[in-house]
Every structure is written in C-alpha cells, then in structure tokens.
Design a protein around this ligand. Structure first.
Ligand code: FE2
Length: 391
C-alpha cells in the first residue's frame, strides 16, 4: 500500500426529506447566495419549491442561474462569476447532478481569482481559495458531491479539462434518494456507468498489497450492477435508489482508491470525445472501458483474473487465463448493453476514422510524457488502436 493523504471533508445529509433543512445549513455560511441549477425538470417535481421555502424560512436571499448543460460550459461559468461579484453573494448552492456541481465549483474558484478561471483547468495556476459550495444532488454518478474535482468544457477553445483542489470540496451535500425517482432510465444508467468507471480507474492498478481497497472496489461494482438492473423495473423504489446514490458517492470520494496508483486513461479519452461531441459522459465510458480492458489486460493478468473471479463470477474451470479474462470483459460489456449503454463509437455518433487519430494525439499530448494512464502507459498509437477497436 502506498503512502497517501485521505481527506473527506464534505458533510453528507442523507435520506428522506433531507433537503428541507437546506436553509438552516446554508445560513451557517451566508445570508445572500447564488442558486445554480440545470434544466426545468428541477422546477417540475416540487424540489424547487421545497428548497426556496427552506431558504426563505431561514431568511436567505438568493440570485438564481439555471441552464447548466450535460457537459458544463465555460460560458455559463463566466456568467455565474459576474453575477456573484456584482451581487456580492457569499455562497453557492448547486442543485442538480455532476454538471451543475462542477459548474458551481468552477464559479466558486473563479469569483475569488483575478485571472481567467480556466487557468486552473489548463494547469496555469492552482486554486488557492473558493466561495463555499453546497449541493443538493439529483442525479448520482459523477461523485462530484463529495469530491474535489470538476470538469468544464471551454466551448470556444474546444477543450474539456478537469481540475481538482482541496478548496473545491463542497462543504455539505444533501442526498435524498427520493429526488432521483424521476431521473430517466438512460441518465440513470449513464450515472451508474460513470460510477463503475470511477471504481475501475482505481481498481486496475499495478500497486501490490491493496486487498482492502480491492474488496471495497469489488463490493461497489457488484452493488451498482445489481441495482442498475433493479432500478429499471422499479424507478421509484426508495431502497433501490438509496443503494445507487450511496454507492455512487463512495465510488468517487477516494475511499476505493487509497494507497494505490490510479489509471484514468479512459476518462481522459472520454473527456476529449466529450469536448467535441455532446454525448453523455457515462455513454462514452461504456464504449471506451471494455475496449481499453481488452487492449491492456496482458500488462498484469492477475488483477484481471481477480476481476473475472470476484466481480463477474466467471467460472474459470480448466480455461487458460486469457479466455477467462476476455469472457469477463464480454460479460461486463453485455451488462452495459443490457442497461441501455452503447458498445461502439458509431452508436454515439463518431463516424469518421480520421477524427480518431486527432483524438488520440490530443489525449497523449495532455501529459508531458506523451502518454496517459498508469496501469499501462498509452501512446497516441495505443489510444488510436483502442478507439479503432471500438469503432
Ligand atoms: Fe466520470
């Protein structure tokens, strides 16, 4: 196990009606706040009224800005920064999924910075401070509700970059599974796929002696797979939604990643595709991850055999290792397909082979080494082969 820092400062309020006390919680930080959200669905099912009532009951004034899209964009972040400064707002309340929370985090660091907030995402500067952010989560999956990271697409620059800093953890997040009952099946599946990918990025590691976190990873993936199937049949079952919501949170708060090297190549590839095409992040990962697994498993078959045995329950029998691993990957992809996820780049709208070369080159150029990933270090040539295998 590697040395490390374990930090998990976000207070979670979990359960039925948890959002009813949001006003009291916000009042600890400011009396005038910025309320940030996505589309109109937030206003359709009563959550908006419950939050506004709670804020008013605590004497909180708010200025609101909706319109955050699935791949949150820099344009709205700039708008949010301007509003927070002009209105002298002291806190940001994000109501939505990972996109809204990421947008709120970017606004938070941008308000207190003299330069362009995107400097943080281009690694030109490190965030030193932020307006405090609280969240009411409505779509589980991103893990942003208790993580230090955010991902923003700069639509004018054609870049989708991530940024992480200890100052970007939300101070609190409200997780009421009832608020996820109306998430459509496709977006529920995208969120679950994203959460599984967050675990797999940590699980496929060359670090030895990490049995505790191996077992945590395996438990999280099996839980998410089980409830991904059940939620399709019972979208308004509280216990089913609760299991998903909690597993998605744990999948990305680094409980599952402590003491081990992570990979993150699939996320980097996914972000490059997401910067060019408006496709749900989870759907891109559903295509990329199985292709990546087939390409890299020979680097260290031990962890893939463990995945086959403990996660996918493949009966190895007298089979050699490669067929066992490939069977497990096939089963995993079959599961993703069953919950409505795509299997090929064509299915998500990528039809030009020439574009894949450019995507691969841009991904590799992200790092000074010219490679991405840790489990296997991928050159642009490797990335292109992975993309071609899922074409
Ligand atoms: Fe993700």
């Amino acid at each position: 196990m590697l040395n490390g820092i374990y930090r998990n400062p976000t207070t979670i309020y979990f359960g039925k009606g948890a959002e009813l006390s949001v006003g009291e919680e916000v009042k600890k930080y400011a009396n005038r706040i910025f309320l940030h959200y996505g589309g109109q669905s937030f206003k359709k099912f009563g959550l908006y009224e419950r939050i506004i009532d709670s804020l008013k009951a605590s004497g909180i004034e708010y200025v609101e800005l909706g319109g955050v899209k699935a791949n949150p964009q820099a344009g709205l972040v700039y708008e949010g920064i301007d509003i927070c400064r002009k209105e002298k707002l002291g806190f940001i309340l994000a109501v939505g999924g990972g996109s809204v929370i990421d947008s709120a985090k970017a606004i938070g660091v941008g308000v207190l910075y003299d330069g362009d907030f995107f400097d943080f995402f281009e690694r030109k500067a490190l965030p030193q401070k932020s307006l405090k952010v609280g969240t009411v989560l409505t779509i589980p999956g991103s893990g942003s509700e208790s993580g230090e990271g955010a991902v923003i697409t700069h639509e004018k620059l054609g870049k989708k970059y991530d940024c992480g800093s200890p100052v970007m953890y939300p101070v609190f997040s409200i997780l009421n599974p009832e608020n996820t009952f109306t998430v459509p099946p496709y977006y529920t599946a995208c969120g679950i796929t994203d959460a599984i990918a967050h675990v797999l990025e940590r699980y496929f590691s060359n670090t030895p002696f990490v049995d505790c976190t191996d077992r945590i990873c395996e438990g999280l993936i099996k839980t998410l797979m089980k409830y991904a199937v059940l939620v399709d049949k019972e979208p308004a079952n509280y216990e089913v939604r609760a299991e998903i919501m909690w597993a998605c949170k744990l999948a990305h708060d680094n409980t599952a990643g402590f003491g081990r090297k992570h990979d993150w190549a699939c996320h980097k590839i996914s972000h490059e595709i997401g910067a060019r095409h408006d496709i749900a992040h989870g759907a891109i990962l559903a295509v990329i991850f199985p292709a990546w697994m087939r390409y890299v498993y020979r680097k260290d078959e031990r962890i893939f055999l463990q995945f086959a045995d403990r996660v996918m329950d493949v009966d190895a029998g007298a089979m050699a290792s490669a067929p066992v691993i490939l069977k497990a990957i096939d089963e995993f992809q079959r599961f993703l397909k069953m919950i409505g996820m795509p299997s090929t780049l064509g299915e998500i709208g990528l039809h030009e082979k020439a574009e894949l070369t450019d995507i691969a080159a841009k991904c590799a150029a992200l790092m000074p080494s010219g490679t991405i990933g840790n489990f296997a270090r991928l050159t642009s040539d490797d990335i292109e082969k992975i993309l071609l295998s899922s074409f």
